[in-house]
Each structure stands twice: as structure tokens, then as C-alpha cells.
Design a protein around this ligand. Structure first.
Ligand SMILES: C[S@@+](CC[C@H](N)C(=O)[O-])C[C@H]1O[C@@H](n2cnc3c(N)ncnc32)[C@H](O)[C@@H]1O
Length: 238
């Protein structure tokens, strides 16, 4: 899928815009302790506690090589390590978020933190059994660029699972720019890519991945948001 309105280097622009926003969020974070933190026992796939599948959605993690794309302050990467991953790599485009992740979970074995745009960092990683992302790089960067890189890093039979939002009623799917609001009231642009489950099915297939589960979770506050928690697999034979 191409975006004719984006100049060459659009992906780089997206990553820079989003890194700026999330580095600023990190600088103003009040709720996230920069100190050692408890590892969550389960993966929270949506922003609504108790809604969505748990860590089982990723299949067996013990002994696996896992990467989280857009790991933020690292709790889910740490959770994957606590479930026995041989290697759990947290990737984030915002260095300041990774500094917080290191401070919170750096004491744990099997963890590695990598700063940069997910598509670029992935190319430097070893082959992976599992990739996941929770409102991370699959939400903030162009899937037409990122999915083929993920497919190329996954071993045959490897899993990609991720959460994004579906387009809201009346919203045009595709690239959009929103604003994050800092505690100071300042607004910073972020770039999203929003598609429905059918389009994700096609995007994944174009990248050589087979979608095998799509869980839709509606916002319990009734604000019209719908999270999509998707799982795809690299076929064992291609
Ligand atoms: C909404 S936060 C989600 C953090 C984490 N997944 C969680 O569940 O708490 C989105 C994160 O994605 C990161 N991000 C955005 N674009 C990215 C990209 N192209 N590559 C890697 N990380 C990215 C941001 O810096 C931010 O930390």
C-alpha cells in the first residue's frame, strides 16, 4: 500500500514525529516510577483492565526469542521474560522511554533494550519466535513497510500479535495525525495508521503472514473506540 501524499522518507518523518512526542511524554511522566518495578503477571492487551486476551494469546513463551515493538516503559517485555523467554527485546523509538524501562526492569535477565524505529531495529535482530506490540509500532508506523520486515525476522511458524484501534464510525482508514496532550497542556502531533480487521487480513497476507485470530474489544466507557487484538503466523512453508 502506498501513500502518495507522503514525500520520500515519510516513514522517517513518522518515526521522528512520534519519537519527539514520546520523549516528551517520558520527560513529563508522573505515574511511571523510574525505580525498580514489579513485573506484571499477565499482558494487558487493551487499555481497559481485564478486557482482551492474556499472555496465552502469544502461545508458549518459555525458551522463545521475543521482541516487543514499541515497548514504552517495558512492562510487557519484562512480562515476556518472566514467562521464560530466552531473549526478550524491548524496542522503542523514544530513547527516554527506554531509559525508564531500564530503570524499572534492567535487573532482570534475558532482557535487551534497543532504541530506534522498529523496522530499522528489527533488521539487526536475530530471528524471532514471537513479535508483539500493544499500541506500539504497528499502530504508529506504516504497516506496508513494517510487516514485511517482521515477516522476514520471524522463524517459520513464528507469531506476530498486536493491538491497534479500528477506525471509529465515520473515520477514514489509513494514516492520520492526532495530538497527545502533555500535563503542561502542550499538544504534540503523533502519526497513527488505522485499519479494520479485513484490511489487516490483506496487509498481513501481502507480507506473507496468515491472520489466525482477531479479537474485537469495545471501549466499556462507550466512547466509540474499538481495540483489535490480532494474531498472525508466518507459515511453516512458503
Ligand atoms: C502507546 S505507547 C505503548 C507502550 C507499550 N506498548 C504499553 O503497552 O504500555 C506507544 C509506544 O510506541 C513507541 N513507538 C512509536 N512509533 C514507534 C516506532 N516506529 N518504532 C518503535 N517504537 C515506536 C512510542 O515511543 C511509545 O513508547
Amino acid at each position: 500500500m502506498t501513500h502518495p501524499h507522503l514525500p520520500d522518507g515519510g516513514a522517517l518523518v513518522d518515526a521522528q514525529v512520534n519519537a519527539r512526542a514520546w520523549n516528551n511524554i517520558a520527560a513529563h511522566a508522573t505515574g511511571t516510577s523510574p525505580e525498580a518495578s514489579e513485573v506484571p503477571q499477565d499482558i494487558a492487551w487493551t487499555a481497559w483492565p481485564g478486557r482482551g486476551p492474556g499472555a496465552g494469546f502469544l502461545g508458549e513463551l518459555a525458551g522463545r526469542r521475543v521482541a516487543e515493538l514499541g515497548c514504552g516503559t517495558g512492562e510487557h517485555t519484562a512480562c515476556a521474560a518472566a514467562h521464560g523467554a530466552r531473549l526478550a527485546v524491548g524496542v522503542d523509538v523514544a530513547e527516554a522511554r527506554l531509559e525508564q524501562a531500564r530503570a524499572r526492569f534492567g535487573r532482570l535477565p534475558a532482557l535487551l533494550w534497543k532504541a530506534g524505529d522498529a523496522a530499522e531495529v528489527l533488521a539487526s535482530l536475530p530471528c524471532l519466535d514471537v513479535c508483539f506490540s500493544i499500541y506500539g509500532a504497528l499502530w504508529y508506523s506504516d504497516p506496508a513497510r513494517l510487516l514485511p520486515v517482521i515477516a522476514n525476522r520471524l522463524v517459520p511458524g513464528g507469531i506476530l500479535a498486536f493491538t491497534v484501534n479500528a477506525p471509529r464510525d465515520g473515520e477514514t482508514p489509513g494514516r492520520r495525525v492526532d495530538n497527545l496532550t502533555l500535563p503542561t497542556g502542550a499538544r504534540l502531533p503523533v502519526v497513527h495508521y488505522t485499519y479494520g480487521a479485513n484490511t489487516w487480513h490483506h496487509l498481513l497476507a501481502e507480507a506473507g503472514l496468515t491472520m489466525e485470530a482477531a479479537v474485537a474489544v469495545d471501549d466499556p466507557r462507550g466512547r466509540g473506540y474499538r481495540a483489535l487484538v490480532l494474531r498472525a503466523r508466518r507459515p511453516t512453508r512458503s
